[in-house]
Design a protein around this ligand. Structure first.
Ligand SMILES: *Cc1c(COP(=O)(O)O)cnc(C)c1O
Length: 225
């Protein structure tokens, strides 16, 4: 199947999942995760009308973003080191992977210095796995009031990569857990956290049923890496 056919298929599965969940298909945004693929392969998705793309490494963004069309929206979804924040902010539109208070504060300072305000999502290590980045729920609750006071970053929501599971259905408990956390934070701090970035090739339909607003799909669009 071509990238174009894959995209058509994924979009139809997204609409179906929305239908099943009684949600509007426009409320779920598809991020085509182009990591490891060269610009000419990514271009096929762009030619098919895909506007939102995701990368997990700065260097890959530096290679591809300047050579692809200018009207695309790039999302940074990978682990972020401080020394890369300035360049990531200059290339990407949204960061999904702010995972410590320190990194959030640092990003805020860099954004202030650049004279911009940037949208971020907070990555939550929902399964409390050693191998994964993200706020542990308890730490996020402790840091949250400081996070929402940062003036140059706007927190639009939460992101997670749940523990690996055998069946997509098994990811549901983790998606529910992060939705519950989001709801609690919204209530306690009287803020809106509209975006939920969750769901990948293997489990995006379940994520949509549980409330995902961004699904991050790589393999099912571009092929096996
Ligand atoms: C690679 C990646 C994805 C896409 O995963 P697929 O299984 O290829 O769809 C989504 N989110 C993050 C953070 C990734 O690194």
């Amino acid at each position: 199947m071509s990238v174009e056919q894959n995209l058509t298929e994924i979009k139809s599965r997204i609409s179906k999942a929305c239908g099943k969940a009684g949600r509007n298909a426009d409320d779920v945004k598809l991020i085509a995760v182009s990591k490891t693929w060269p610009a000419d392969h990514v271009q096929k998705a762009v030619d098919a009308g895909q506007k939102i793309l995701g990368e997990n490494k700065l260097q890959e963004g530096q290679e591809k973003i300047p050579v692809l069309s200018q009207d695309l929206e790039w999302h940074f979804i990978g682990g972020l080191q401080r020394n890369k924040v300035r360049k990531v902010l200059s290339l990407f539109h949204v960061i999904h992977s702010i995972d410590t208070l320190k990194l959030a504060k640092y990003t805020n300072n860099v954004a202030a210095d650049m004279g911009i305000k940037t949208s971020i999502l907070l990555q939550v290590n929902i399964g409390e796995e050693e191998s994964k980045g993200g706020f542990i729920v308890e730490d996020l609750e402790v840091s949250f009031s400081e996070l929402i006071d940062l003036e140059h970053v706007t927190i639009t929501g939460l992101m997670c990569i749940p523990p690996a599971v055998d069946q997509p259905e098994d990811a549901r408990i983790w998606f529910r857990k992060i939705v519950e956390l989001r709801n609690q934070l919204e209530q306690k701090y009287s803020v809106k956290l509209p975006e939920l970035s969750m769901g990948m090739s293997g489990d995006f339909e379940v994520a949509i049923e549980e409330g995902a607003t961004y699904v991050r799909v790589g393999t099912s669009i571009f092929g096996e890496r």
